[in-house]
Structure formats: structure tokens, C-alpha cells
Design a protein. Sequence first.
Length: 544
Amino acid sequence: MKFGNTVVKHRRIILIAALVLLIPSVLGVIATRINYDMLYYLPEDIETVQGQNVLLDEFGKGGFSIVVVEDMKSDDVSRMWMSKRIEEVDHVDSVIDLESILDPSIPRSMLPDIVNDSINNPDASMIVVFFDSSTSSEETLNAVSDIREILTKTSYISGMSSLVLDLKNLCEREEAKYVAVAVVMALAAMMLLLDSFAIPFLFLIGIGMAILYNMGTNILFGEISFITMAIAAVLQLAVTMDYSIFLWHRYTEKLDEAEQGDSGEDGKELERRAMAEAINDTLTSVAGSSITTIAGFLALCFMTYTMGRDLGLVMAKGVMFGVLASVTVLPVMILKFSGLLRKTRHRSLIPDMTGFAHILTGRYWAYILVFVIALVPAVIFYNQKNVVYDFTKMFSSNAESMADEDKQFMIANDKLREDFDIGTSHIIIADADLPAKEGRAMCKEIEEVDGVKSVLGIDALLGTAIPRNMLPDQVSEALIGDQHQMILVNCAYRVSTEECNNQIDRINEIMDKYDASAALIGEGPATKDLIQITGRDFTVVNWI
């Protein structure tokens, strides 16, 4: 009884403290950065992440995008003006316009395929844009937004950063909507099925405060993933609502018992005593339940893909706040509004289940048999699950109902595919001292891999007949560093597809033949790693 009595005795202090703590919680929510890059959470020791770090540290480049320019083939001045404007955007490291990459005196027959593809395309040309910050950083997203302001109606910026920006804008707008839907549905269910019309509102206020405490304390992590941000509130509401319902049922039972007795206490004293007993009973009962739930979420922390840790820690913390709110804040509010709760009591729509319970317990063996039989197809179907890793595919399933401003990256990617048959791009980080002859041979062999459309690198651009001094300084500086050189590989396949993953394996085999230290990075290779890593992680988490 000690904890329950303490809560009841200090109910005013608890209520004031709970309200005051909402202020730093709201500030914490505002200050916590949301990370929209799923590939950011890959482990640091894999080749794709290490290669990405080399790209950022040595070349000063993080993300990159391809701008598709249509209806401007004959207007070199306007296109060059656009390239210049893009180059002036904050956090744009370099811009490579494939229409003006080499000296115009060089015969077109001597130009490499990627340049010819752009020059000879009657409808469109390509501009490659490199950023000096990572793919999903605030700086890169702001740069993409600024570039969109510069582009004409027939110009489009594709790539992962463009996708992340659209995803960010969409999530920020949509999150409030589905939280509102969850609240309305929860209210409707509880108002009908509980024995008071008013108590569901107190439940949601108490849980809402717990959610704010949880999301506000995420500032301790510095940032959380957009997946965690998107589902944490609704998930916390779902897994902790039972604690509030249990407290209410225990309180009404204890109050009914107290009122039927002859203790000589007045109504308020009976309510406080009943609440103190209900708090203790609830705490004892939900302790095991909440610890089990917390353990389940903490199991996600054993994933090598660290988004699991991100979600696991936030949700484990959320359950703890949910338990605390249900045995402190909620009891105080119930006592505060006891008069209103009495007036809004009604008969529950849930019928007496005693007879049904006897039927179940009397035939338990039959239900065990049914569940054992059902387990066989359940395991079979579970092992055939198909996890989608392609963001574009997720978006395209709802594309018809989305406004154009919500799917600009999808439109740009479609244009890139239509005009140049490019679905995604990889980057090879190779040794800067790789002999030019071997570099050209490697690029040539990679060009012959199924689905590879073009290769953009120092050796690929120069070919066998063009000297290096024919390349503009901005191009050579963009593609070669002190220790490594960068080669852009344009691919016809979409990320996460079997064709793309097989292509990545084949390119890695070729790279190893010419440069064992080379690394293949980009959205495609990183997504392939994500598929392999999470496949193992899901098994580990399930066993834990």
C-alpha cells in the first residue's frame, strides 16, 4: 500500500510536476533530429560504409544526384547558366555537365559512351551534381530543395537525396493525420466498450503525456530514425493502453467493495483508499507484463543494423513511461474528475463471458490441436515473406493518389529511366595509382556487364586517344583524389531487384581482378548489404 498511498497523498504535486515536465518534453521533441536515411544505420565495418567514408573524407563528397534536362538541347547558354546556378548552391561540391565536359574540337567518334549518350540524345541531357555532405543530411536536403527552385519545368533532379527530401516532407505532413486516426478509433472503441464515456479521454491524456515524455527524452540520442518517429507514438499508445484500462477496472472494483462495506468514511476518502489499493494491484500485475514488453523491444538492440537499436531503445523507454503514467498521472486525474466519471458511467456493451469461459476451458485440448495444426501453414507462409526494400516501389503503389510535389523524385527517376535507361547509379572507389591501361580495361569490362549503361571515370572518359590535359580541371578534381579515384557506374536496374544484386556481384568480381582494395558503394550496393544484414538480424532478434 505504501506506493499507492504516496501517490494519493501527493496527488497535487504529481499533477503539477507532470504538467511542468511537458515543457522540456516539447522542446526535446523539437530539438531531436529525424534521420530519413535507412542506409545510415548499416554497420561501420562493411565495405560500402567504409567506401562512403572515403568518398566524404578524401573527395569531400557525400551524396550525388543526376539532373535530367529536357527541351534544352539547342540552348547551350541556358543549360550552362543552369549548371552555373546549381554550382553556386550551398553544399554543392561540383557539377559535371556531360554536354560540355570535353573540348568541342575533339571528334565525337573519340568520345566515350556516357558522353555520347548525353550529346546524341535528341530529347535530354545529363548534369551530375555532387554534394559535400552526406546523402540525408540537412545540408544536402536543403541543397536539393534549392536546386529544385532553379530547375525549369522540364528539368528534374533524381537520386536518393531527392527521395529522402520528398519522404521527409510527406512524413511531416502525414504523421499528424494517422496519429489523429488512431486516437479517434481508440476513443470510439473505449467509449462503447468501457463503462464510462469520460474515462477514455483521461486515458488518452495520460498516455499522451507519457508519449511526449518519451519523444522529448529522445534528445539524449541526438537523433532518431523517421521509422521510429513515425510509429513510436501509435505503438506506445497500443502497447500501454492496457495498463490504464487495468487500473480503471481495479479502481472501480475496489470502490464498489469499499462502498458496500461500512467503514464510516466519506465518499472522497473511499475513493482515495480504493485508488491506493488499485495502484498497488496494478503495479504488481503490470510489472511482469511491462518487463516482458521492454525485453521484446530491447531484443531489437542486438541487430547489427542499428535502426533496430534506435527503435528498441525508444520503445522500451516508452513502455516505462507508460507504466509510470498509468500508476501516477492517471490515478491523480481520475480522483480529480471523479464526479464527472460517476455521471458518465454506463453499462458496458461487453456481455458476461462466464459461460464462454467455461466452454473454452472445458475443451482446451481441442483448441491446442487447432493451434498446432494452424502452426504448420503459419510457419510456411512466414518463411515466404517478401520484405520490400525499394522506396520507389513503396511510393509507386500510392502514386496515383499523390500530388506531383509529393513525388518529385519519382517523376525525376522516371525521366532518367525514359531518357537514358538509368535506374540507379553505383560509385567505384579505386586506387588513384591504378595504371591507366588497367583502369580502362576494368571500365570496359564493367560496361559489358548486363544492365550497365555507362561508366564515368578518368580512364573511361579519356579512352585511348584523349590526353588527360583535355579534361577540364573541375572534372579531374571531381573524379580523382590523393589516394583514390572515383568511377560512376550507371545501371538500368532498380535497387533491391535480383538483377541489380547479381550485377553488383559481377562488378565486384571485376574490381577484385584489377584492384583488390576497390569498393563499390551507392544505394544499390548498400541496399544489397541491408537485405543480407537484416535477414540475419531478424532471425537473431526472434530467437532472443
